[in-house]
Design a protein around this ligand. Structure first.
Ligand SMILES: C[S@@+](CC[C@H](N)C(=O)[O-])C[C@H]1O[C@@H](n2cnc3c(N)ncnc32)[C@H](O)[C@@H]1O
Length: 231
């Protein structure tokens, strides 16, 4: 069984022998891989939709792992009790949805030793939610798959909020800079290019609102270039 780059990097952030829940599991590949390789002994696979949970069930049965899992139909962390698992994976969803899932079952989210989160978009909003709601970002990783760079955020509740000295660090995590992530330069280039494309598309008329937008994007580009030059 071979995982894609994105799923492999997420799986590699799980701690050996911990009990995990994979929320929004769909195909169930991550828990199946970890169980099959005896890296963990127990997993809860959950999804809000029947079809995806059925996919996960088939994957578990195919690998003969039925004794080591619990399959649950339901939304977010609502299917979990406090202390049922040690670590949770929430991957392949939007950052806002992930933060809503954490917010809805705060007692469960706060009790976890590790939250492995992989937002597909709104990564900035998710970091804001985490850092303003008592979570510490303990690790971050970039992963390349199909010409796209995915962001993986590992967090843990500590009760302490973190104030960042500049909003740009919600977009480009300090952990990635500290760790000199191998994909950081490419990630920054993609962001700079994307903001430049937006700038070139904005019709430069005299509207005050557009002027403000252009200034904001230009400032972001400057900050991103500065980070790029510092690494
Ligand atoms: C794009 S798939 C991601 C599958 C897998 N986690 C991955 O990263 O490849 C998103 C899955 O999340 C499920 N989902 C969406 N909202 C959810 C929620 N509130 N609670 C649990 N699962 C949810 C969907 O049904 C779908 O199976």
């Amino acid at each position: 069984m071979k995982l894609s780059n994105r799923l492999f990097e997420i799986a590699s952030l799980v701690t050996k022998n911990k009990r995990i829940a994979d929320i929004g599991t769909d195909h169930g590949y991550i828990p199946a891989y970890l169980l099959k390789n005896n890296y963990i002994e127990y997993a809860i696979l959950a999804d809000i939709n029947k079809g995806p949970l059925e996919n996960a069930k088939k994957e578990i049965e195919y690998n003969n792992l039925q004794d080591k899992v619990s399959l649950r139909l339901g939304s977010g962390l609502e299917i979990l009790q406090v202390n049922e698992v040690d670590e949770v994976i929430i991957a392949g969803m939007g950052g806002v949805l992930i933060s809503e899932i954490l917010e809805k079952r705060k007692n469960v989210a706060k009790s976890l030793e590790k939250l492995i989160l992989q937002p597909m978009q709104s990564q900035e909003e998710l970091r804001k939610y985490l850092l303003n709601n008592g979570y510490e970002i303990i690790e971050e990783k970039l992963v390349n798959e199909d010409f796209r760079i995915y962001e993986i955020i590992v967090a843990k509740y500590t009760g302490k909020n973190t104030i960042l000295e500049d909003d740009i660090y919600y977009e480009v995590s300090k952990k990635l800079i500290e760790n000199k992530d191998i994909l950081l330069k490419e990630f920054l280039d993609k962001k700079i290019n994307s903001y430049n494309t937006t700038l070139s598309k904005i019709n430069n008329n005299n509207s005050e609102k557009l002027k403000e937008k252009i200034d904001n994007i230009s400032l972001k580009i400057d900050k991103l270039i500065k980070i790029k030059n510092s690494i």
